[in-house]
Design a protein around this ligand. Structure first.
Ligand code: OAD
Length: 238
């Protein structure tokens, strides 16, 4: 075990107020591509860049094309939580971790058993009508064909935060609360490029900021410990 992982392990052992803030890199070891790695979603050929397709104005303009992308790229069947998700659930269960704050929409933290999961960008496992807001089963929109319609005639949409849409205020407030109070803040599997989510880490006031990410991030200088390794592998050693 290398020195950084030993330090990380000691911080985790000594704390009962850990908060985790993560992104797409947490799920790559489950087989879900991230957005900005060389083989990530943003580097794949598509008629429009994913940032455009995943925007509210695009959804309103061309929902059929949105759904083609959604079903082909965002919905990945047969995925299971990996060692990072499972370790976080275990730390919560042991009373050491207070919250998982995630930018992911895949539901894998809950599948691993985590209870207090703050989904900043929503979840593809929920859906609602864009007109009357009635709740619909997500399975129909994730696996069906054509445009999913509500009995009211509105288009059913996934309960995710599209670009140009605001984050949920209650979730953001709660995330700020946990980050502000955290003893150890672990940031993992996120390029920290997307705001306002990335800006939330500015609320951390402690001295144990651990960053576990394969590539460098704009916040590496601020971290007390930086580990550029695969998060599942790192978490399996703590
Ligand atoms: P990114 O794709 O921007 O960043 C993922 C980061 O995880 C990269 O820096 C990778 O180096 C790193 N990474 C990949 N696999 C890893 C592994 N096994 N262990 C450790 N690190 C790994 O994804 P996010 O930061 O989550 O928003 O992107 C933020 C938002 O951009 C997403 O929530 C999504 C996207 O547009 C919306 O859809 C609103």
């Amino acid at each position: 075990m290398n020195e950084n992982i030993q330090k990380f392990r000691a911080m985790v052992e000594e704390s009962d107020n850990i908060v985790f803030f993560g992104g797409a890199g947490v799920s790559t070891e489950s087989g879900i591509p991230d957005f900005r790695s060389v083989d990530g979603l943003y580097n794949q050929k598509w008629k429009y860049p994913p940032e455009t397709i995943l925007s509210r104005s695009f959804f309103d303009r061309d929902p059929a094309e949105y759904y083609r992308f959604h079903r082909e790229k965002l919905v990945i069947d047969g995925v299971a939580p990996n060692r990072a998700h499972l370790k976080l659930a275990e730390l919560e269960q042991k009373g050491k971790l207070r919250a998982v704050i995630t930018q992911n929409i895949d539901g894998l933290h809950q599948a691993a058993g985590s209870k207090n999961v703050l989904e900043l960008h929503g979840s593809i496992l929920r859906a609602y009508c864009s007109r009357c807001r009635r709740i619909h089963p997500a399975d129909n929109i994730n696996h069906g064909e054509g445009l999913p319609l509500c009995p009211c005639g509105g288009i059913v949409r996934p309960d995710i935060v599209l670009y140009e849409e605001p984050l949920d205020n209650d979730i953001v407030s709660s995330a700020i609360h946990y980050i502000r109070k955290a003893d150890v803040l672990i940031i993992g599997g996120t390029s920290l490029n997307v705001y306002p989510a990335a800006g939330l880490i500015n609320y951390y006031r402690g001295t144990k900021l651990v960053l576990v990410n394969l590539s460098a991030t704009p916040y590496d200088d601020r971290a007390d410990l930086v580990i550029h390794e695969k998060i599942g592998e790192v978490f399996s050693q703590i």
